[in-house]
Every structure is written in structure tokens, then in C-alpha cells.
Design a protein around this ligand. Structure first.
Ligand code: OAD
Length: 244
């Protein structure tokens, strides 16, 4: 790499949480079927599905919300949390994941985390009446009232297909300032996240992919390292922090 690296943008996907026991969406990671092989996107992950059959959609997200609370961060989350705590330049971890494993890995370090959930968070409920998002750990299928306004209009705070991911302006601003873009454990199948690599390349940013196998976007990266996240991510973090 020719330039000195100071500003880093990292994109994470379901692959970073696979070894924590959370199903990936496409390629089945833990020997079983992937999430979108078990459920049709059109049934559970669109605004139309929610309007048509809110009970089904709520049950699906209630199950997922309960499941993630039984999982633990793995060495890949821990390594990124360490990078976040120690990296002196600017850093933004953009995750497509709606689990809270990045946060939980970073919590013991007592650091104000530089993390953005572009597809929302399982552990928040969004009130469609007052538009306020509240921390949420239990179920939504019984239609509990919004803790702020009392209306029974809570929905999962998860970005569905056809909706705009969160904080795109902040992400593109960070990419414009970046020297390095790293993509971890994502298949490159869902836009706009899948387009970040092209954006970065056009901006002259060095690009690195860490993934289990070649993804749809692999050919666009300057460099790809294959392996499980729990191994390749800590190795890369040690390297960039000068500990290899
Ligand atoms: P995918 O399920 O599409 O892809 C997971 C990627 O992780 C694949 O490229 C796998 O090869 C890789 N992988 C699996 N196990 C791994 C491991 N142990 N270590 C490293 N890599 C591993 O998940 P995403 O790309 O995150 O969006 O999916 C993107 C979006 O599609 C999600 O955020 C979600 C989904 O539909 C919404 O729900 C809006």
C-alpha cells in the first residue's frame, strides 16, 4: 500500500457474526440453511409484508431478537473493538448487522464506539406514531404500548427491503476521507452497501476484503484474504496496529 493509512472505514456483514451462532442470510454458514432459505424476504422483510401480516413479521423478529441475546461476540468482534479503542486516526465501523455483538465486544473497553448500524438494530423498537426509537429487548407481537407516547404502533427498528438504510450521508462522508476501506463477512449482494467498494475505488481508497469465500464483489477489491472471521480479522488488526 503506497499511502500512509490514517482514516479507515470498515463494513461488516452477517459473516462476522456467523461463528457466534447467528445465521447468515444467504450462504449457510454453520452447516445449516441460511435465513433467506428458511423464510421468504417478501413474507417477513418488506413494509408490504408488515402491512399484510404484522403478526407473522412480529413473530419472526421476536424470535431473532430473543436469539441474539443468547449469543456472544467472537474474536473478530473483539479485535475490531480493540482497533476502535486504539486506532489514533479516524475510524468508522459500518455494520449491516442488526445484532449488538460489536457493542458488546467493545463495552469492556469503556470506549465511545465509532459504530453505525445502517440496517437498524434488533434491540430497538420504532414507534410509527411518535417516530421515537426506544431500547427494546422483549417481544412486540403482543402490541405493547410505546414507552414514550403510549400508542400501539411499535415496529422493529430494522431496515426492510424497499426502505432507505440509515445515515448514508455519514457513510459517504467517511468514505470520502478514507485511506482504507475494509469489507468483512458480507456477500456483496445487497445495495447500497454492496456499492461501497466501487465508491471507494473511484475515490482512490485502498480496498481490502476479509471473507470466508470469494463474494460477488471480490474482483473489485485491491486485495482479498479468505478465511473465517475469527482468524483473519484478529490477524489483520494486529498487523495494522503494528503488532505482527
Ligand atoms: P450474507 O448472508 O449475504 O453473506 C454472508 C457472508 O459472510 C458470505 O459472503 C459468507 O461467505 C461469509 N461468511 C460466512 N461465514 C463466515 C465466517 N465464519 N467468517 C467470515 N465470513 C463468513 O450476509 P450480508 O452480506 O451481511 O439486509 O447480507 C447483507 C444484507 O442482506 C443484510 O444486512 C440483510 C440481508 O438481507 C436486510 O435485512 C436489509
Amino acid at each position: 500500500m503506497a499511502t500512509t493509512i490514517r482514516n479507515i472505514v470498515i463494513l461488516t456483514g452477517a459473516g462476522i457474526s456467523a461463528e457466534s451462532g447467528i445465521d447468515t442470510f444467504r450462504a449457510g454458514a454453520n452447516g445449516g440453511p441460511s435465513l433467506w432459505e428458511q423464510h421468504r424476504v417478501e413474507d417477513v422483510a418488506t413494509p408490504e409484508a408488515f402491512a399484510r401480516d404484522p403478526d407473522l413479521v412480529h413473530r419472526f423478529y421476536d424470535m431473532r431478537r430473543a436469539a441474539i441475546q443468547t449469543k456472544r461476540p467472537n474474536p473478530a468482534h473483539v479485535a475490531l473493538a480493540r482497533l476502535d479503542a486504539e486506532w489514533p486516526g479516524s475510524l468508522l465501523i459500518v455494520t449491516q448487522n442488526v445484532d449488538d455483538l460489536h457493542e458488546r465486544a467493545g463495552a469492556p473497553l469503556g470506549h465511545n464506539q465509532r459504530l453505525l448500524h445502517m440496517h437498524g438494530e434488533h434491540l430497538k423498537a420504532w414507534c410509527t406514531s411518535c417516530d421515537i426509537r426506544s431500547p427494546w429487548r422483549s417481544e412486540l407481537s403482543s402490541r405493547p404500548p410505546c414507552p414514550v407516547c403510549g400508542a400501539r404502533g411499535l415496529r422493529p427498528d430494522v431496515v426492510w427491503f424497499g426502505e432507505m438504510p440509515y445515515r448514508m450521508g455519514d457513510i459517504y462522508a467517511a468514505l470520502r476521507e478514507a485511506d482504507l476501506f475494509v469489507s468483512i463477512g458480507t456477500s456483496g449482494a445487497v445495495y447500497p452497501a454492496a456499492g461501497f467498494v466501487q465508491n471507494a475505488v473511484e475515490l482512490g481508497v485502498h480496498t481490502l476484503e476479509l471473507n470466508l469465500e470469494e463474494s460477488q464483489g471480490s474482483r473489485m477489491f485491491h486485495e482479498t484474504r479468505l478465511g473465517v472471521a475469527s482468524e483473519v480479522v484478529p490477524t489483520w488488526v494486529d498487523e495494522i496496529l503494528g503488532r505482527d
